[in-house]
Design a protein around this ligand. Structure first.
Ligand code: IMP
Length: 185
C-alpha cells in the first residue's frame, strides 16, 4: 500500500517509513500546503487539515501536528511550537523559564490518517521536564531542553531510543495498532 505523507519535513517521512517498513507500506512525500487553523488543540488542526485535503481530492494520506506544552507557561508554545522555535528558540524559552520551579512539560503529537473512507486520529504524549540549559547535539527543535525522565535530554540520546518514548513514536505505535485492528495492514 502507498500512503501519502503530507508535510514540509522530509525527516518525518523517513521516520514514518522506518516504522512502517515491516508492513509493506510505502510512504510517498507530498510537500503540499493545508490551512493550519488557530486553535489551542492539535487535534483540531489535524481534523481541519484532513477535511480540507480530502475535499481537494487527496486519498490515502496522513498528516501530523506536534508541539511542546509547558505547564508553567499555560501550555505555551503548544500549537505555536514551530513559531516559538523560529522566534524565541531554545534560549528564549529558557529565559521565560528563569526562576520558574515547575519544570513539567509534555510533547504531544497528533496523527490523522485517511485510508479509503476509514479515518483514524491518534495522539501520543511524552511527559517530561524543561532543563535549565541546552544539552546535547542530536535531534532537532526543542530536543536539547527537554528530558523525559529528568536525566538525559532528547538531544543526548540516539533517535532509536528517543522513538521508544517520544510523542511521535507513541502516536505511530497507536496508529499501527488501529490500522492492524481494521485489517488495513
Ligand atoms: P510540527 O508542526 O509537527 O512540524 O512541529 C512543530 C514544532 O514542534 C517543530 O518546529 C519543532 O520545533 C517542535 N517539535 C515537534 N516535535 C519535536 C521533537 O520531537 N523534538 C523537538 N522539537 C519538536
Amino acid at each position: 500500500m502507498k500512503l501519502n505523507v503530507v508535510t514540509h519535513n522530509p525527516g518525518k517521512v523517513k521516520e514514518y517509513q522506518a516504522e512502517f517498513s515491516e508492513f509493506d507500506v510505502q510512504m510517498v512525500h507530498v510537500n503540499r500546503e493545508y490551512d493550519e487553523v488557530q486553535t489551542a488543540y492539535l487535534e483540531e488542526v489535524v481534523d481541519k487539515g484532513m477535511k480540507q485535503l480530502y475535499a481537494e481530492g487527496l486519498r490515502d494520506f496522513m498528516i501530523d501536528d506536534s508541539g511542546l506544552f509547558i505547564n508553567a507557561l499555560k501550555g505555551f508554545p503548544g500549537v505555536y511550537s514551530a513559531y516559538g522555535q523560529k522566534t524565541l528558540g531554545n534560549k528564549g524559552i529558557l529565559k521565560l523559564m528563569e526562576g520558574v520551579e515547575d519544570r513539567t512539560a509534555s510533547f504531544k503529537c497528533c496523527i490523522g490518517c485517511m485510508i479509503g473512507e476509514e479515518r483514524i486520529v491518534v495522539t501520543g504524549t511524552c511527559p517530561g521536564y524543561i532543563l535549565y540549559e541546552e544539552r546535547g547535539t542530536e535531534g532537532f527543535g526543542y530536543d536539547p531542553i527537554f528530558t523525559p525522565n529528568g536525566e538525559q535530554s532528547f538531544a543526548e540520546i540516539p533517535i532509536e531510543q528517543k522513538n521508544t518514548v517520544s510523542h511521535r513514536g507513541i502516536a505511530t505505535a497507536m496508529l499501527i495498532d488501529e490500522l492492524k485492528k481494521r485489517g488495513l495492514i
